[in-house]
Design a protein around this ligand. Sequence first.
Ligand code: M6R
Length: 604
Amino acid sequence: MCGIVGHLGSSHSIDLVLEGLKRLEYRGYDSAGISFNKQSGALEIYKKQGKLSNLVDFLGDIKEFNALSCIGHTRWATHGEVSDANSHPHTDGGISIVHNGIIENAEDLRTELVAHGYKFQSQTDSEVFLALLSTTVAKGTPLQEAITSNFSKLDGNSAFVILDSKTSDIWAIKKGAPLVCGLHEVNSDALVSSDPYALVGFADKLYFPQDNVLCHLSAGNKNLINFYEMDGTKSDRYMSKKQEMSLEVSDKGSFDHFMLKEIYEQPGLIRALTKYYFDGEGQETLNNISKLKPGRFLINACGTANYAGLVVKDYIEKFNKIPCQVDLASEFRYRNPLILKDDIGLFVSQSGETADTLAAQNLCKQGGIKTLSIVNVEGSTLYRDCDYNLLIRAGIEIGVASTKAFTQQALTGRLLSHALGDGVDKKSLKDKFNLLATRIDELLSRAEELKSIAESIHHFKGFFYTGRGALYPVALEGALKLKEIAYVHAEGYASGELKHGPIALIDEEMVNVALVAPELLDKTISNVEEIKARKGNIVVIGPQNDANSKRVADYFFGLNYEGLGELSAVYCNVANQILAYYMARFKGTDIDKPRNLAKSVTVE
Ligand code: M6R
């Protein structure tokens, strides 16, 4: 969601913050702004709705100015329309703030402040915190105390970064939202951001503060960064690690979009995952996990990660006979779920920062059970909060539409089931993983076939993705991919369920993308016949030599499922990814940054 970057130290703060914000563009945003201190102590604020490039043009030569500290923000609107006024930073009384998250009791606080004569400049919830701060400081309270006392009045998850024009110092604090500080000791640079990726090359050491730890970036202090508890005492509630990310990964190379690049990375990532967990350091992690004795898994995730969770459930129930319950994290957190003492909470997430998934993890923790993540971002909040972690090792995923993360999440789930004792020997599972990589390579070499199907069907009004058994989660994921990047209405359904209602929508303007596997083939084809009889257009993604699948299809894409067994779902999903990608190309949408979407959803 919103991106935050702050810098204090050697000159060129503005340039550095703008570069950091540029790197966070992939997360989705609708306006951008910065504030910095002039030598005179005067605070300058520049903000513009729209792309970051609008702000850069608006800044003109100002970005060459030598500021000692600067904070910047890319906003993804929650409270108040997209406008210059609602963009961050907000400022009052020599204090400037940027915010990521939602203040749930903003309206009550705002009413109170207005009653005391405060004049708001924007419609945002964020400005409420600024108003609390500036009015408290105006009464003579030191800024540090004003931050902690007012932060505890806020409901909801938030991260704030605050620039104090009197000292040029930067303060930061968070609860349930991502925040990272960085240090470059040689250059004497101190930084803060919502995403470590913004700090690559600028900081060699990263610090991840826990909730309610106040971070102080100060030129006047030899440590540059200090951490405090809410009562003002020194805090050690933060994790530190070396910055290991590199920027090269964020290059599209010869691909037109990050999404396409990330789809093509999949075979290589599967091979690397196989090596890591079967022959490398990952063996030890699996070994530790193998000692767990879950009575049941409570799987929680959102969006694509939730569909990967459904695949993982299939694996664990099939191979380990351990019951699994998959919830949308946003529902789990409020439905008073039954948490039993032998349950293990399993959380699937690319970012490890999804607010609902974090809340579900917290609920499990409060329920006294062990928690385990299948996560991409090492050091993320989910990673830090869980008792055990299985990294999916997908590398940074820039495309908002998740592709390679789904594949790696499902496969890591298969490794979890193996570690828990699936009765399958290591060598044959390893061979199967490698075979999957080869099959995806072959599939990708035929992408033109899917492109041509996309060209023929992209103008239709609606899409039903259908699948049975292992392909049901893939149908859900296929429809989600199409919706989010091609902006067409698509739904995922279990093949046998369509006739219980949605079939009323079928006519010559509708498409059924039928996902077919050798398992339950005849039954699935019968369901396709029902759509065909009602003049629906049929795309079959199914077994390459199956005459029936070809017969019912208006458009056919053959898959070689031979030997893939339970990994077939992951394989078939790659065909959906390519189909959605080309549909979006023909529609001319903004594929890597689809409208209204954010890469990591850090608000409820
Ligand atoms: O970072 P997470 O895996 O927790 O994110 C969960 C969803 O927000 C995410 O998968 C979303 O559905 C993607 N945009 C789908 O492509």
